[in-house]
Ligand binder design. Structure first.
Ligand code: GTP
Ligand code: MG
Length: 558
C-alpha cells in the first residue's frame, strides 16, 4: 500500500489550485459536543446481540473441509464464501437464523489447524485463530465439521481434544457424505470421543435436518423461552423496524475494519496492514445510546474493492461481489477514503457504485492522524503569510481547515456531493463521535415523509422561478407531485411534457428540494411523468354525467 505522507500542500488532499467555495460544507453543520454514550451495560454490542439469541452455534473445522457449505443449508441462504481452498474464511461470519421457529445465531469460523509452523508467523492466520477461539468461547453448541471422504486425520484428533477441553456440547458433522455408500465411513469419527456423529452432505442438503434438530435440542430450555433468572437483559429486538444497515466500503487497507473495531470498542474483525485482509462481508450488530435513546445498527465490514483488472483470483472476485452485494443491501454506505492517498480513480468508481444503487452515503476520510501534523504546520504557515500579507494576490490560499478539506472532497466526488464528509482516525478515535452523529442525522433524513401540500408548493415555486430552457420554446406545466418512496426519497411529478426534464433541470429541482427539506446524505430521485391527456376530459365527462343523473333523480322525486 503506498503510504506516502504528503505535506499539507503536497498531499493530494490539499492541492494548491483549489478554488474557494462559498457554500458552508456539511461537516460544519454537525455539532461538536454530542458524544453518544454506548450502552455500557450491554458490553460489546456484538456479544449482546449473540446473547439475545437462544444460542450461538459455532462451526469448527479443519481448514480443508468445505465447512461453510454447511451454513447455507442450516440457515437457508448463503452466508459466507464457499471455496475449495483452505483458509478462505478469516473473520467470524454470523447469521441470524431460525429452525422450526427457534431463533439462533450461526457462526462460521476459519478452520482450526491452519496455524502451524510457518503460518504461525502470519499475522492474519493468527488473528483468524483468535476469532475461532472467541467463537468457541461464546458458543452454546459447537458443530465440528470433518471430511468423511478423508476419514480421521491427526488434525481432527487435535481439534477434538481442544473442543473437549472447552466443556461445551459438540456435534460432529461428517460432511461430504453425498451417497449412502460413504455413510458407514462416518462411524469412524466416533473415535474422536463424541457420541453424536451426523453424516451430512452440505451441498446436497442431506442429513442437515437431523443435525439441526439435535443442536436445537441441546439448548437450555430457559434460553429458548426467555432469559435465565439473573441473566443480563437481552438486547431488545427492534420491533417496528429492522436495525439500520451501515455498509463500510472502500478500497483495500483504508481502515474499514479498524473503524468497525474502534466504533464497537472491540476486536470483532481482523485488522492487518496487509491489503485484502477482509474477505467476506461480516455483519456486526452495534448499539448506541444517545440522550436515553437506544439505536441499533448493523455495521457491515466488507472486503476492499480493487480495480477489476487487478483482481487476482476467484476468492477476491467473490469477495468483491460480496462487497457490492453489501452496498445493495445497506441503508447507508459509509464510504471510507484514505487521508494520505487522497481520492483515487478507484475511489470514484466505488462512489459510482453507491450512487448507482441510490444509497444514502457518508464519506469518511480515515487515517487523519497521519496528515494532522502536516495540516497544522500548513495552517500556521498560511496564517503567518496572511498576517504579513506575504502572499501574492494571485497565489491560491492553502487549505488549512476541515471545512475546506470537506469542500475539496465534495468537489472531487461531485456526484456524491450530497454526502457529508467526516474526517476520522480509527487509531486515535478522532471524530468517531461526529461520525455517529452524522449516521443518526442521515438516518433521520432518510425517514422523512414530505406532506404533499408542502411538496407541491415548493416545486410549484421552484418551477415558477425558473423554467427549463428548450429549443422548441415549450413551457413546462407542473400539475402535482407526490412522494412515492421514502428510501431512497422518490417523488413522482406529473407534468405536461417529461422531455423538458433535462439533467441540469432535474439537478436544479433536486437542489430546491434539498434547500427546503435537507435530505443531507440521501440521494433524491425525481420521476417526471406526463399526465395523460385523457384524464381531464374523462373527469369532466364523469362530473357532467353525475350532475345530469342527479338532476334526473331530483326531477323524478318531484
Ligand atoms: N495511522 C492510522 N492507521 C490506520 C487507521 N485505520 C487503520 N489503520 C491501519 O491501516 C491498516 C489497514 O487497516 P484495516 O482496518 O485492516 O483496513 P481495511 O480497509 O479493513 O483493509 P482490507 O480488509 O484489506 O480491505 C492497518 O495496519 C491499520 O492499523 C487510522 O485511522 N490511522
Ligand atoms: Mg478489512
Amino acid at each position: 500500500m503506498a503510504a506516502h505522507l504528503g505535506t499539507t500542500t503536497g498531499s493530494r488532499l490539499c492541492p494548491k489550485d483549489q478554488p474557494q467555495q462559498v457554500r458552508m460544507p456539511r461537516v460544519a453543520e454537525l455539532s461538536e459536543n454530542a458524544w453518544p454514550r454506548r450502552a455500557a451495560a450491554a458490553g460489546a454490542p456484538h456479544t449482546a446481540a449473540v446473547r439475545s439469541r437462544a444460542f450461538g452455534g459455532g462451526i469448527k473445522m479443519r481448514p480443508i473441509s468445505t465447512n461453510v457449505a454447511a451454513a447455507p443449508c442450516a440457515v437457508g441462504r448463503r452466508i459466507a464464501i464457499v471455496h475449495d481452498r483452505p483458509g478462505v474464511t478469516r473473520d467470524r461470519v454470523s447469521a441470524e437464523a431460525e429452525w422450526h421457529g427457534q431463533p439462533f445465531t450461526l457462526v462460521d469460523t476459519g478452520g482450526l489447524g491452519l496455524v502451524r509452523g510457518e503460518l504461525e508467523r502470519d499475522v492474519i492466520a493468527r488473528a483468524a485463530l483468535d476469532q475461532v477461539q472467541i467463537a468457541i468461547d461464546s458458543a452454546t453448541v459447537i458443530i465440528l465439521v470433518v471430511n468423511a471422504r478423508e476419514g480421521v486425520v491427526p488434525l481432527d484428533r487435535e481439534v477434538a481434544a481442544r473442543l473437549r477441553r472447552c466443556g461445551r456440547p459438540v456435534l460432529v458433522a461428517a460432511n461430504k457424505v453425498d451417497t449412502p455408500d460413504i455413510e458407514a465411513d462416518a462411524a469412524e469419527f466416533a473415535s474422536l470421543g463424541f457420541d453424536k456423529i451426523f453424516p451430512v452432505s452440505a451441498i446436497h442438503d442431506l442429513g442437515i435436518s437431523a443435525l439441526m434438530d439435535a443442536a436445537i435440542a441441546l439448548l437450555p430450555q430457559s434460553s429458548v423461552a426467555g432469559p435465565e433468572p439473573g441473566a443480563d437483559a437481552p438486547v431488545p429486538r427492534p420491533s417496528a423496524a429492522d436495525p439500520l444497515k451501515l455498509a463500510v466500503v472502500g478500497r483495500q487497507n483504508v481502515g474499514k475494519s479498524s473503524l468497525i473495531n474502534a466504533l464497537t470498542r472491540s476486536e470483532r474483525v481482523i485488522v492487518s496492514p496487509i491489503p485484502g485482509t477482509t474477505r467476506d462481508s461480516v455483519d456486526v450488530p452495534f448499539e448506541v445510546e444517545t440522550d436515553g435513546v437506544r439505536q441499533t445498527y448493523i455495521l457491515i465490514d466488507t472486503a476492499g474493492i480493487r480495480k477489476k483488472r487487478r483482481i487476482g483470483d476467484s476468492i477476491e472476485f467473490f469477495s468483491v461481489r460480496r462487497s457490492e452485494d453489501s452496498i445493495a443491501r445497506c441503508d447507508i454506505a459509509l464510504f471510507v477514503l484514505d487521508a494520505e492517498a487522497g481520492i483515487t480513480e478507484q475511489d470514484k468508481k466505488i462512489g459510482g457504485k453507491i450512487l448507482a444503487e441510490k444509497k444514502a452515503c457518508i464519506v469518511i476520510v480515515n487515517k487523519w492522524d497521519l496528515v494532522e501534523e502536516a495540516v497544522r504546520a500548513a495552517r500556521e504557515e498560511e496564517v503567518a503569510r496572511r498576517k504579513n500579507k506575504a502572499r501574492h494576490r494571485d497565489e491560491p490560499r492553502l487549505m488549512t481547515t476541515l471545512v475546506e478539506f470537506g469542500q475539496w472532497v465534495q468537489e472531487h466526488l461531485f456526484f456524491l456531493d450530497f454526502a457529508p464528509v467526516i474526517f476520522t482516525s480509527a487509531r486515535s478515535g478522532f471524530h468517531l463521535d461526529r461520525l455517529l452523529e452524522s449516521v443518526r442525522y442521515v438516518a433521520a433524513q432518510l425517514q422523512q415523509k414530505i406532506p404533499t401540500a408542502i411538496l407541491n408548493r415548493t416545486l410549484h415555486d421552484a418551477i415558477e422561478r425558473r423554467q427549463p430552457i428548450t429549443a422548441t420554446g415549450h413551457r413546462l406545466k407542473f400539475f402535482y407531485a407526490t412522494q412515492v418512496k421514502r428510501v431512497p426519497p422518490t417523488f413522482l411529478m406529473f407534468v405536461n411534457r417529461d422531455e423538458l426534464f433535462s439533467e441540469p433541470y432535474q439537478k436544479y429541482l433536486v437542489g430546491e428540494l434539498r434547500r427546503a427539506f435537507g435530505y443531507e446524505g440521501c440521494p433524491v430521485v425525481l420521476v417526471p411523468k406526463p399526465r395523460p391527456k385523457t384524464v381531464e376530459p374523462v373527469r369532466k365527462f364523469k362530473a357532467r354525467s353525475r350532475r345530469a343523473s342527479g338532476r334526473r333523480r331530483d326531477g323524478g322525486s318531484k
